[in-house]
Design a protein around this ligand. Structure first.
Ligand code: ANZ
Ligand code: ZN
Length: 832
């Protein structure tokens, strides 16, 4: 029989589904393992990146299941979001129709790949059974004071026609989805108080030992915890005080200017006080600065721009006055939106000071050197040193100077130590249709009123027409948004914004533990058993998006009592798989180098596609797509197939009983047995400990070759060959589950290999029969030879000395000393 994957694969997929072997339940008598992949957006079809992600996950799920663990391995769809709306406008279909048909198509694709999901647990975030719990959770967050509405400058993407959270403004200022430079708009929006958890989000990073260091660092920087001093400066000739935040209060004697953001409220105050032309000038400048995108304002190398307001701030320590500027590089939403400018020790301040001829005064010097001259220094010196020109701080090393200066501010009541975070509250309103409606109502009488829980869900109308000119169709549906106030019963209007889809993906893994739950988002007992996720697999691009939001959610759900109190983190181990590249570039539609997984599966079968993907590169590394590599994987499976087919009679009739190493005398049989078990041993470790799947495959290829050349001479030999073939099929099963299942049954086995217990290593078979020993004379290698394994020092030496070759080499020489290392080497030191 030839290897006909197109018959084998659907046959076993059906058999597995019919027998429900991948369906799992809570079982406290068993150790659990939760294996999870980032769920896909139902864009239409799987791409190679998905196939890689899920082939890695399925390998682990299958392997650990065979190791006897109770493995939860679910799949679902992150189904809300913009592309459905764009497709709807383009094809004149409803976003829901487009989405649901994609979900069904992609589910079929996943089934064709042979992934071992418990399909009963499929979750779709656009399903009202799911998003009603988004709304319910939103209300719990609201009750807990974690949701608020605020008028604020927010990120706006003109292409997507919606606001964005800070995390969704990537690469210094563009929309994460479409790449359009983001601008600021002043709007009323809903925020979630993720900053309440900023400290814990940083602290717990230390415990994420199973995460790539790179992701931990990215999150640490994103959350951006800084310790510093928050203080006030009087503004000369006014009764105003300007607040600033600094991490370098030790440089307070080096302040030569003060700067504030264009959006700072004092811009308008100063304009009013100044009046006349100066006022107009100031307003115009601030407006021009504020209208520029963050990318323009903060890009490295762009010229800093500023304007002197004519007002002066009084240095709280020295009493000196410094001019107050408006500067483009001061961010409105960090610290207080105003800074003390210390050009000698901060590069941005330095660039600004040089441009506008502001004096530069050094107040920190290197330990054993005098202070550089501020007038001529070429760049700021940010490094620690010793305070100078700094009154009571003089002579103190930077760290102590910071502490001393901070104390001074606290003693004098002029400032206090403060921790600042870069992390901002999470803006979750979206001016889009295809998302979870925010369960809030506006009443002229009662103001903002939450929708009572018993009135949930607030369902999205599905019979909509997308406005061709963009915008949110919900805002054009009075029949939908007109409602009655839950408090006074008067006329009211629903919120027409929907919730950021990252909200949906922040707890879907909890839902998987009990997706049938109808009275709660998920069953607490089930979640307590299955969570946390033991292994999460997905793309690094989510390092500061989904992976932060999901961590935050887990902490809140734990505080809400939905998850156990000590369950503070969702993902124990994280694997960020590399990209799939072709011809040196990331596989993508825009580059035009995509290979369609469907075509590969059709041409070579799912087993080949999966094996190639797992063999071609370690999981974290980029994978170079090559059709030749795919053919190689296919040829290897053909060899495995023929190994069984061509020996089928012998293998089928061989005793399934394992022959003990001790009863084997033929060297070929002993060697075969050893190869089988050392391969099993290493493959098991490669998968379980190292996650090095590619080396595991390489070892299985070697085992295959050894089995092909091994010609049994007797019944014991056939029994060993069968043991070898079954071991090979066992180890290969998580990589290529269909062909191995088929061959397993052809050998006469009746159970499913997919859930067969992983084979045990026979330790006695690992002992080597022989050892290779090096002979050195005066430290130089002279020859290598084989001795039996396990010889003692004395026996080894005796054996070496009795060899004719050794005797010849030592002729006429005087032996001074001999050194023997069992199993390794003998060194003979001679004279003459
Ligand atoms: C004086 C100073 C002297 C500073 C010095 C630094 C070095 P991190 O570490 O990121 O927290 N800063 C404060 N608020 C700012 C804002 N809204 N926009 C731009 N810059 C701002 O950085 C804190 C430092 O960033 C603060 O310490 C302040 O500059 C600046 F030798 O104050 B520093
Ligand atoms: Zn956009």
């Amino acid at each position: 029989m030839p290897y006909d994957f197109s018959a084998i694969e659907p046959k076993w997929q059906k058999a597995w589904a019919d027998s429900k072997i991948f369906e799992v339940e809570v079982d406290h008598s068993k150790e659990k393992f939760y294996c999870l992949e980032m769920f896909p957006y139902p864009s239409g079809a799987l791409h190679m990146g998905h196939l890689r992600n899920y082939s890695i996950g399925d390998l682990l799920a299958r392997f650990l299941r065979m190791q006897g663990l109770n493995v939860l391995y679910p799949m679902g769809f992150d189904a809300f979001g913009m592309p459905a709306e764009n497709a709807a406008i383009k094809n004149k279909t409803a976003p829901s129709d487009w989405t649901w048909s994609n979900i069904e198509h992609m589910t079929q694709q996943l089934k064709n790949a042979g992934y071992s999901y418990d399909w009963r647990r499929r979750v779709e975030t656009c399903n009202v059974d799911y998003y009603r719990w988004n709304q319910w959770l939103f209300l719990q967050f609201y009750k807990k004071g974690l949701v608020y509405r605020k008028h604020a400058p927010v990120n706006w993407c003109d292409k997507c026609q919606t606001v964005l959270a800070n995390e969704q403004v990537v690469d210094d200022g563009v929309c994460w989805r479409c790449g359009t430079p983001v601008t600021k708009r002043d709007l009323d929006q809903w925020f979630i108080r993720i900053t309440d958890y900023a400290q814990e989000l940083v602290d717990c990073l230390d415990d994420l030992k199973g995460w790539p260091e790179r992701v931990v660092t990215m999150q640490r920087n994103w959350i951006g915890r800084s310790e510093g001093v928050h203080f006030e400066m009087e503004i000369a000739d006014t009764d105003l005080k300007l607040e600033a935040f600094t991490t370098r209060i030790d440089t307070i004697f080096g302040v030569t200017f003060v700067a504030m953001a264009a959006e700072h409220p004092y811009v308008e105050k100063f304009a009013e006080m100044a009046g006349g032309e100066k006022a107009a000038e100031m307003r115009a400048f601030a407006k021009r600065m504020a209208s520029r995108s963050t990318i323009e304002r903060t890009a490295v190398g762009t010229d800093k721009e500023g304007m002197d307001t004519g007002f002066f701030a009084v240095n709280p320590v020295t009493g000196e006055k410094s001019p107050i500027w408006i500067a483009d590089y001061i961010l409105t939403d960090y610290g207080t939106g105003a800074i003390m400018g210390v050009p000698a020790h901060d590069q941005r301040d330095f660039d600004f000071a040089r441009k506008y001829n502001i004096p530069v005064i050094t107040v920190v010097r290197p330990v054993d050197e005098p202070a550089p001259d501020g007038a001529t220094m070429p760049a700021a010196v940010a490094a620690d040193g010793v305070a100078c020109n700094s009154g009571f701080l003089d002579g103190l090393p930077t760290e102590e100077a910071i502490a001393r200066a901070a104390e001074w501010f606290e003693e004098h009541g002029k400032g206090k130590k403060e921790v600042q975070f870069r992390l901002r509250d999470w803006l979750i309103s979206r001016q889009r249709y295809w998302g979870t409606p925010i369960p809030m109502v506006y009443c002229d009488h009662c103001g903002i009123v939450p929708v009572p829980e018993e009135q949930l869900p607030v369902e999205l109308p599905l019979d909509i027409e997308m406005p061709a000119n963009g915008g949110n169709p919900l805002a054009q549906r009075p029949d939908w948004y007109n409602t009655t106030c839950p408090v006074c019963g008067g006329p009211a209007r629903r919120e027409t914004d929907t919730i950021d889809t990252f909200f949906c993906s922040s707890w879907y893994f909890d839902r998987y533990t009990s997706p049938w739950s109808t009275d709660m988002p998920f069953d607490k007992e089930a979640a307590a058993y299955w969570m946390t996720v033991d292994q999460y697999i997905g793309g690094i691009e989510h390092a500061c998006l989904h992976l932060i939001y999901a961590r935050f959610f887990t902490k809140v759900l734990s505080d809400l009592g939905l998850l156990p109190a000590d369950m503070r983190e969702p993902f124990k181990r994280l694997l960020t798989q590399g990209m799939v590249i072709k011809d040196g570039a990331k596989m993508s539609k825009s580059i035009g180098n995509v290979v369609d997984p469907d075509e590969i599966i059709k041409k070579y079968g799912a087993d080949t596609a999966r094996l190639f993907i797992l063999f071609a590169a370690p999981p974290e590394k980029d994978l170079d797509w090559s059709e030749r590599g795919v053919e190689g994987a296919n040829r290897f499976l053909g060899r495995v197939w023929r190994l069984v087919e061509q020996n089928l009679d012998g293998l089928r009739t061989a005793s399934a009983e394992r022959v003990a190493m001790g009863s084997l005398t033929l060297p070929a049989e002993r060697d075969m047995k050893r190869i089988i078990h050392s391969t099993l041993d290493r493959v098991t470790k490669d998968i379980r400990e190292e996650r090095q799947f590619n080396t595991a495959v390489a070892r299985l290829m070697e085992l295959t070759n050894a089995l092909i050349s091994f010609a049994p001479e007797d019944a014991k030999g056939w029994s060993i060959k069968r043991e070898g073939v079954e071991t090979l099929l066992c180890c290969l099963s998580p990589f290529a589950p269909h062909i191995t299942e088929e061959l397993w049954h052809q050998l006469g086995n009746e159970d499913f290999l997919s859930v067969h217990r992983w084979f045990e290593v026979d330790k006695s078979a690992l002992v080597e029969d022989s050892a290779t020993v090096v002979l050195q004379i005066n430290g130089k290698v002279r020859e290598q030879f084989t001795v039996s394994a396990g010889l003692s020092k004395e026996d080894l030496l005796a054996e070496v000395m009795s060899r004719e070759e050794t005797k010849k080499r030592l002729e006429g020489k005087e032996i001074v000393k001999t050194i023997a290392v069992p199993g390794k080497l003998v060194n003979i030191v001679v004279k003459g």
